[in-house]
Write a protein that binds this ligand. Structure first.
Ligand SMILES: [Zn+2]
Length: 174
C-alpha cells in the first residue's frame, strides 16, 4: 500500500469519526424527566418548539432575542398574579416582586423560587458583560438581571413579555 493510499484511509477514518460525534437532530427528543435533579427538565427540539411558539416567541425564548422596549404586553401590567414561563409553564415571577422600572420591559426584584431561574454569563455585547436569565426547567431565554433594582435585593430582572404568561390571581369576591 502506498503512503498516499494510507493517508487517504486515515483521512476517511478521521472524517467518519467526526460524523459519529454530530448529535442526532432528527427531532425525536420530547419531554424528558430527570427525577433526581432539583428541577425536572423540559426538553424539546427546535422543530417541536416552532410548532408550539409564535415566530416572535421562538426568536426570543429559543434564540435569545429581545423584544422592542414598551412593545410587550406585560411591562405596564399591574394586576396581581403569577408570571409563568411561556415555554413550559414553570412559575417564575410573582406580581408581588414586580415594580415599575420604566425600562420598557417587565421588571422584578426577585424570582418566585430561586431554583426556577438559571444564570449564564452573556458576552454578546462588546463593552458590557451581562448576566442572562433563563428558565431552569426548559432553558428558555427570559432576559437579563442587573444590579440597579430596588430593595430588598437590589436586583432588576429585566424580562421579555414574550417569555412570560401571566395568570391573574383569582378574585375572592365570588
Ligand atoms: Zn420554561
Amino acid at each position: 500500500m502506498s503512503k498516499l493510499r494510507i493517508a487517504f484511509f486515515v483521512a476517511v477514518i478521521a472524517v467518519s469519526s467526526c460524523n459519529a460525534e454530530v448529535p442526532d437532530t432528527s427531532g425525536n427528543v420530547s419531554v424528558q424527566q430527570q427525577q433526581d435533579s432539583a428541577v425536572d427538565k423540559f426538553v424539546k427540539s427546535d422543530e417541536e418548539w416552532m410548532k408550539i411558539l409564535t415566530p416572535e416567541e421562538f426568536r426570543i425564548m429559543r434564540k435569545k432575542g429581545t423584544e422592542r422596549a414598551y412593545t410587550g404586553k406585560y411591562w405596564n401590567n399591574h394586576d396581581s398574579g403569577m408570571y409563568l414561563c411561556n415555554s413550559c409553564g414553570a412559575e417564575l415571577f410573582s406580581s408581588d416582586t414586580k415594580y415599575d422600572s420604566f425600562c420598557g420591559w417587565p421588571s422584578f426584584f426577585g424570582p418566585h423560587f430561586k431554583e426556577a431561574i438559571k444564570y449564564q454569563k452573556d458576552l454578546s455585547l462588546p463593552f458590557e458583560e451581562r448576566t442572562e436569565v433563563l428558565c431552569a426547567r426548559c432553558d428558555a431565554h427570559l432576559g437579563h438581571v442587573f444590579n440597579d433594582g430596588p430593595e430588598p435585593t437590589g436586583l432588576r430582572y429585566c424580562i421579555n413579555s414574550a417569555s412570560l404568561k401571566f395568570i391573574a390571581a383569582q378574585s375572592s369576591s365570588k
